[in-house]
Write a protein that binds this ligand. Structure first.
Ligand code: GUN
Length: 293
């Protein structure tokens, strides 16, 4: 069994991005600028946004954090998005999700100019990704593919079982894994809460991508000997023995599944660091106007 070290790969990719940024600046270009909007005080969101801002510093980007209280109106938020859409200094921006219940998330996503949508959540980017056109690919699926690439994991003709059908991970990663070329060319099955015979389907998988947000859902008896297991879960499970009072827990029962795998990602330190690193990559592409002129 080989552990897929997402932290090490993310550090390497960030170094590569930092070098490119210094090249751009040395040639008289502008540092890519990412803005992040956060609404309210969700603990997870605050941590993620702090990591995103710190990563910007590490790679040499300019970053702007824009915080609003939970009771911000949808109208005010949409007006802020419009300002960012029209601000030429901002190359890309994201609105951290989830948003408070009184705000329509989809409306917010669609208000973002797709040319600045470095989260890759806008329907134009989702659609372009799914038909293989240049696009901002959403960060978690992109991070997963980068891990498969960096570890030279074979995907052509492999049976890839995706567990979870979210717009952010399940659907886009399934679409990318079936795309022509590497890392793709896989035969993909998407399982979800209404799937029957989930265990039997998982047992046929050469690659399992678990993205259901249910701690320790994937058990050893669901995994074929030699499978590659990618764990996207990051549930905060209360734990009295940690400083924070919780333990970040994946969708895979790591302790019992790991011995059966050829490769497996840990939680934390697997997919998580790659997600932020993919956001940095998209912001670099936005700064270079490489996807949309
Ligand atoms: N919430 C959880 N993951 C993400 C993400 O990748 N982007 C945004 N904007 N919000 C999130």
């Amino acid at each position: 069994m080989q552990l897929i070290d997402g932290k090490a790969i993310a550090d390497q990719v960030k170094k590569e991005i930092a070098q490119e940024v210094e090249q751009i600046v040395a040639n008289g270009g502008k540092r890519p600028h990412l803005a992040v909007i956060i609404v309210g005080h969700d603990g997870g969101s605050e941590t993620y946004v702090a990591h995103k801002v710190k990563s910007c510093e590490q790679v040499g980007f300019t970053s702007t954090r824009i915080a609003f209280e939970t009771d911000i109106t949808e109208e005010t938020l949409l007006a802020e998005i419009e300002k960012l859409n029209n601000n030429d200094d901002i190359d890309g921006f994201i609105v951290q999700l989830p948003l408070p219940k009184h705000i329509d998330e989809q409306k917010v996503i669609e208000a973002i100019d797709y040319r600045k949508d470095v989260d890759g959540f806008h329907p134009i980017n989702v659609g372009r990704t799914s038909i293989g056109l240049p696009s901002f690919v959403s960060a978690t699926p992109m991070g997963i593919l980068e891990l498969l690439k960096r570890y030279n994991i074979e995907t052509a003709g492999k049976h890839c079982v995706v567990i979870g059908r979210s717009n952010i991970v399940g659907k886009p990663v399934a679409s990318l894994m079936m795309q022509k070329g590497y890392p793709g060319d896989a035969t993909v099955t998407v399982c979800h809460s209404r799937t029957k015979n989930l265990k039997e389907i998982c047992l046929q998988a050469d690659i399992i991508i678990a993205a259901i947000g249910s701690p320790n859902f994937v058990k050893a008896e669901m995994v074929k000997e030699g499978a590659v297991v990618i764990d996207v879960g990051t549930t905060r499970v209360p734990n009295a023995n940690t400083k924070t009072g919780f333990k970040l827990t994946g969708d895979v029962d790591f302790e019992n599944v790991a011995p059966k795998c050829s490769y497996i990602t840990p939680v934390p330190g697997g997919v998580g660091p790659m997600t932020i690193c993919s956001l940095m990559k998209n912001t670099l592409l936005a700064g270079k106007k490489e996807i949309f002129k």
